[in-house]
Design a protein around this ligand. Sequence first.
Ligand SMILES: Cc1cc2nc3c(=O)[nH]c(=O)nc-3n(C[C@H](O)[C@H](O)[C@H](O)COP(=O)(O)OP(=O)(O)OC[C@H]3O[C@@H](n4cnc5c(N)ncnc54)[C@H](O)[C@@H]3O)c2cc1C
Length: 322
Amino acid sequence: VDICSIGGNAATNAGGLCCVKYGVTSDYVLGMEVVLADGSVCRLGSRLSKDVAGLSLTKLFVGSEGTLGVITELTLRRLPQPAVAGTVVASFASLEHAARAVVAITATFRPTMLELMDRATVNAVEDRLRMGLDRSAGALLIAQADAGADLETLAGVCRAHEATEVFHTNDPDEGDLFVHVRRSALPALEAQGSVLLEDVGVPMARLPELVERIQAKAVDWGVTIAVIAHAGDGNTHPVIVFDPEDEAQSRRARAAFEAVMGLALELGGTITGEHGVGRLKRGWLASQLGKATMTLNWRIKQALDPGNILNPGALFDPSVQC
Ligand SMILES: Cc1cc2nc3c(=O)[nH]c(=O)nc-3n(C[C@H](O)[C@H](O)[C@H](O)COP(=O)(O)OP(=O)(O)OC[C@H]3O[C@@H](n4cnc5c(N)ncnc54)[C@H](O)[C@@H]3O)c2cc1C
């Protein structure tokens, strides 16, 4: 991926590694210019931090996946550049142990980044980068906190949750090295086969159960499901790795993809924490939102785009009557 436009970022309400402290795109959109399906141009929101005049239409368009209008200009809130972050890296015997540490950390701390990688992912990254990562670790937790945070206490929470190895540093170059490990995770897994990238999230307390049961789904369906997670947000990226030449395995991979979404909903979670619904997940949207809310979504779509000319097929399944 070479580029990502700010319009696309707002249209998907994108998030990233630092959302656990700094929030997602919608937290920064103060206003926008949007062109509606009938060609009219609207200015929504303003340049003000506090402005409650009218309905909150700016928020309606953020995350609308291009289905309600085309965003042609954005006014964003800016923050001062945070001081250099400190980094804690911890290994755990299993993904569940690491997830329990994440729950404990988020109950007492506000890290800027709290990322989790399972053994399959650590090994894929090590295959690619050859930097001496512990291939036997069940999971690797990479946390960062803004300058001044008590890294020793954060490391202590990891030790209290049976981390097998904990390391912390205030050296930005060392910290960047581990962020690079995390950023290399998806390309490293993509080098091992075709991938189906999941994006499910659950309430924080259910994270250990989610990761444990994803592993059970991998066994049930006989496929590899590597887990990368923006763990501090309860947002996970189970990555189903499969051989596209193997038809039976490809079918099982797709079934596992669906099963993971069902699991997230069973745990009170979401089918998508940041990538959006698009066409791939539109068949599941009603299961998460329920009939009344799905109908409300569709009524808004019809009111703004009666001819269904804006990104038709995304979010809403044309074959399903809402
Ligand atoms: C490898 C990879 C990693 C990713 N990692 C993350 C991640 O860490 N966090 C995250 O949140 N997301 C992630 N994504 C998804 C990401 O949110 C989106 O791909 C990206 O932010 C969208 O920007 P884009 O410019 O690529 O938009 P596009 O992919 O071009 O479009 C995305 C959607 O937005 C709509 N859209 C685009 N521009 C506008 C506009 N101006 N007005 C209205 N609608 C518009 C399109 O119709 C489409 O529905 C990832 C995607 C990939 C492929």
